[in-house]
Design a binder for this molecule. Structure first.
Ligand code: BTN
Length: 327
C-alpha cells in the first residue's frame, strides 16, 4: 500500500476520531514532517483533514473524486479484484488501457478508472457516454481458467455482482436485462462490455469494462437516449454522495462472484441471475446480425448462454446479440 493509502486507512479506522502524528509516523516508518507533507498533498486533492496539536489528525470529509490510493485503502487486503488500481482524469477508453496492461503480462485484478473517456465504447460497436466525474467508468483485467465458449459465465457473474452493488448502495429496484444491462424502471443505468483474448481451448485474458451512470442529469443524455437511459441520481432523486464508496462496493461484489466461479459454483450464480433477470419468461426477439430469433427466454444454460424456446419449438442457445421484449 502506498503512504497515502496507509494514512487514509489509519484515519478511517478511528471512525472520525483523531490519530496522532507520532502514531502515523511510527506506523508508516517516516518522519512527522513527511506525514505532514502527505497530509497537505491529500488536502490539495480535496480531503478535509483537521489537525490539532494535542490530538492529531482527523478525517472530516472525503471529496467525490476517485483516488487510486483511497480506493485501495478501502478494499480488503487479500482481494484479487483491485489489487492494483489506476485512476486517469481522462483517457480514450479504460478498456484500451487495460488491454495494454494485459499484453504487457500484468497480473489479473488490476482496475483502471477514468473520470472521463473520450472514446468510451459499449456493446455492438456503440458509443458510451462518459462525462467527467458523473459516473463510474472502469475496466478490470481478469485471467480466468475458462474455455472461450464458457466466457459468458463471467458476463453473467459480473452482471449479478453489479446488480447487487447498485441495489445495496442505492436501494433502487434494479433488474438485469440479458446479457447484462442493469435497468431501473425499464431504462438502462449500467452496462458491461466483456472483451476477450483467447486461444483455441483457453481464455488468455478478459477485459471487463463497466459503465455506471451515477450522477448524470437528464440533460446530459441526448434527447433520443433519454427514453432508454437513466442515472442513479435521476432514479433516487438525489446525487450519490460518494462514487468511491459505490465503486468499492462493486469491486467487492465482483470479487465475491469471481470467487464463486473459480470454485466451480456457476450454477449458484446462474440461479441468482435468473431470479433477478427481467428477460426470463418473456417473449423476445433476438437480433443476431441479419438473423433474428423469436421465442420465449426460458433459462440460462450451464455455459452462461440464454436458452430461448423458438416459435418452432427448438431450444436455441444465445450468446450475444440484442434482444427486445415483445409486449
Ligand atoms: C454496454 O454497451 O452496455 C456496455 C457499456 C460499457 C461501458 C464501459 S465504461 C468503462 C469501459 N470503457 C469503455 O470504453 N467501455 C466500458
Amino acid at each position: 500500500m502506498t503512504l497515502d493509502a496507509q494514512i487514509l486507512s489509519s484515519l478511517r479506522e478511528t471512525d472520525g476520531g483523531p490519530v496522532s502524528g507520532t502514531d502515523l509516523s511510527q506506523k508508516l516508518g517516516i518522519s512527522r514532517t513527511a506525514v505532514w507533507a502527505r497530509i497537505e498533498e491529500l488536502r490539495g486533492l480535496g480531503y478535509e483533514i483537521s489537525a490539532s496539536p494535542h490530538q492529531g489528525y482527523r478525517l472530516m470529509n472525503v471529496p467525490d473524486v476517485l483516488h487510486a490510493d483511497d480506493l485501495l485503502a478501502r478494499l480488503p487486503r487479500k482481494q484479487i479484484i483491485g489489487r492494483d488500481i489506476h485512476v486517469f482524469q481522462e483517457t480514450t477508453s479504460t478498456s484500451d488501457v487495460v488491454e495494454r496492461l494485459a499484453r504487457d503480462g500484468v497480473k489479473e485484478g488490476v482496475v483502471v478508472f477514468a473520470e472521463s473517456q473520450t472514446k468510451g465504447r459499449g456493446r455492438l460497436g456503440r458509443k458510451w457516454l462518459s462525462p467527467a466525474r458523473k459516473g463510474l467508468w472502469f475496466s478490470i483485467l481478469l485471467r480466468p481458467r475458462l474455455r472461450p465458449q464458457d466466457a459468458t459465465q463471467l458476463t453473467v457473474a459480473s452482471g449479478i455482482a453489479l446488480l447487487r452493488a447498485i441495489r445495496g448502495h442505492t436501494g433502487v429496484e434494479a433488474v438485469i436485462k440479458w446479457p447484462n444491462d442493469i435497468l431501473v424502471g425499464g431504462r438502462k443505468v449500467a452496462g458491461i462490455l466483456t472483451e476477450l483474448s483467447a486461444e483455441l481451448d483457453q481464455v488468455k485474458y478478459v477485459i471487463l469494462g463497466i459503465g455506471v451512470d451515477v450522477n448524470l442529469n437528464a440533460s446530459d443524455f441526448a434527447p433520443e437516449l433519454r427514453k432508454i437511459a437513466t442515472s442513479l441520481k435521476i432514479e433516487t432523486g438525489k446525487p450519490i454522495a460518494s462514487r468511491a464508496e459505490l465503486a468499492v462496493r462493486i469491486l467487492c461484489e465482483l470479487e465475491h462472484d469471481y470467487a464463486r466461479l473459480r470454485a466451480g459454483n456457476f450454477l449458484e450464480v446462474a440461479d441468482e441471475w435468473e431470479k433477478n433477470c427481467a428477460t426470463i419468461g418473456q417473449r423476445i426477439v433476438v437480433q443476431l446480425g441479419r438473423r433474428s430469433v423469436r421465442g420465449t427466454a426460458e433459462s440460462l444454460g450451464e455455459d452462461g448462454t440464454l436458452l430461448v424456446r423458438s416459435e418452432h419449438g427448438h431450444l436455441e442457445k444465445i450468446a450475444g446479440g440484442e434482444i427486445s421484449v415483445e409486449s
